[in-house]
Design a protein around this ligand. Structure first.
Ligand code: UTP
Length: 295
């Protein structure tokens, strides 16, 4: 049974500085819900309840978010704001989290290795704290199911445009079922010419505990960091790794442009604000078009 999920949230978030100097990017709101809550909800919906956060110095707001805030609850009660109160209480009781400190930000691989004492010798999930999946529950369920069938690690992949491959870890794969593949190789940020496919690693993984041995063997790579992809390449030498191809959209909230796109899309999905946002977008779009058309 896969019971545990590791959420590495200790990164610097340099692409978002100075906003991330004191505030974790995982706490940035998508309208009114922080990114990390979407990821925790996805896990809960798929039946995974043990959430292990690998945090760092500036990440306290994440702990506060999933904790009880009695002052706020009292205030909402006195103000008669029952709906919000319910929601706030729900978040406080959502999970019984474990927090581990990654004392030095030595890379995603190192963050996963930091979680070993809490994971132990059992298969586990890893979900990146800045990627929201449109069909997250389904993805986690399918990955867990594939793990049970094959008894091996399973990573999530999604199709990206060919010109975009150089932004991602790309997998060389062999298709064995409609949405299940065998991973043959992994290439970090290849040029479009070198890329073995357009299937990118997407931030959801099921690992056998063997990955911890491989992380220990992994030498620092790009930027002096212990890269998870490098450890996966070592794992590939002795275990088959399977891949599940994600259907639905992938929202990367870890950089400003994709973060803004995510907010706009989520706003348009929300009945209470959709109309207002849509007419605002139409208005600014038509103003921009007029400016462009002006000789
Ligand atoms: P990113 O590649 O997004 O790095 O890490 P980052 O530091 O968060 O952001 P940038 O690139 O500087 O803008 C992917 C995930 O791994 C975590 C991050 O918190 C993020 O969820 N991570 C990364 C760690 O937990 N520790 C690390 O040392 C590095």
């Amino acid at each position: 049974m896969i019971r545990k999920a590791v959420l590495p949230v200790a990164g610097w978030g340099t692409r978002f500085l100075p906003a991330t100097k004191a505030m974790p990017k995982e706490m940035f709101p998508i309208i009114d819900k922080p990114v990390i809550q979407f990821i925790v909800e996805e896990l809960l919906e798929a039946g995974v309840e043990n959430v292990i956060f690998v945090t760092g110095r500036h990440k306290r707001p994440i702990e506060h978010h999933f904790d009880i805030n009695t002052d706020l609850e009292k205030h909402l009660e006195e103000a008669g704001k029952e709906d919000v109160l319910e929601n706030i209480k729900e978040i406080s009781h959502m999970i019984n989290p474990i927090y581990l400190r990654q004392k030095e930000q030595l890379g995603l691989g190192h963050a996963v290795l930091t979680a070993e004492p809490a994971v132990g010798n059992e298969p586990f999930l890893v979900s990146l704290g800045d990627i929201i999946l449109e069909r997250g529950r389904e993805v986690i369920e399918k990955m867990i199911e594939a793990h049970y069938r094959f008894g091996k690690s399973v990573i999530a992949l999604h199709e990206v445009e060919e010109k975009e491959v150089s932004k991602y870890g790309i997998a060389k794969v062999k298709r064995i079922e409609e949405d299940i593949y065998i991973v043959e190789d992994l290439v970090e940020k290849p040029s479009p010419e070198e890329a073995p496919s357009n299937l990118a690693i997407v931030g959801r993984y099921v690992f056998t505990p063997r990955i911890f041995d491989k992380l220990r063997e992994t030498k620092p790579g790009k930027g002096g960091e212990i890269q998870l992809t490098d450890a996966m390449k070592l794992l590939l030498e002795e275990e088959v790794i399977y891949a599940y191809k994600v259907e639905g959209k992938v929202y990367d909230t870890g950089n400003p442009v994709d973060y803004i796109k995510t907010i706009v899309e989520f706003a348009l999905k929300r009945e209470d604000i959709r109309e207002e946002i849509l007419s605002y977008l139409q208005e600014i779009l038509s103003k921009q078009t007029q400016l462009i058309d002006r000789p």
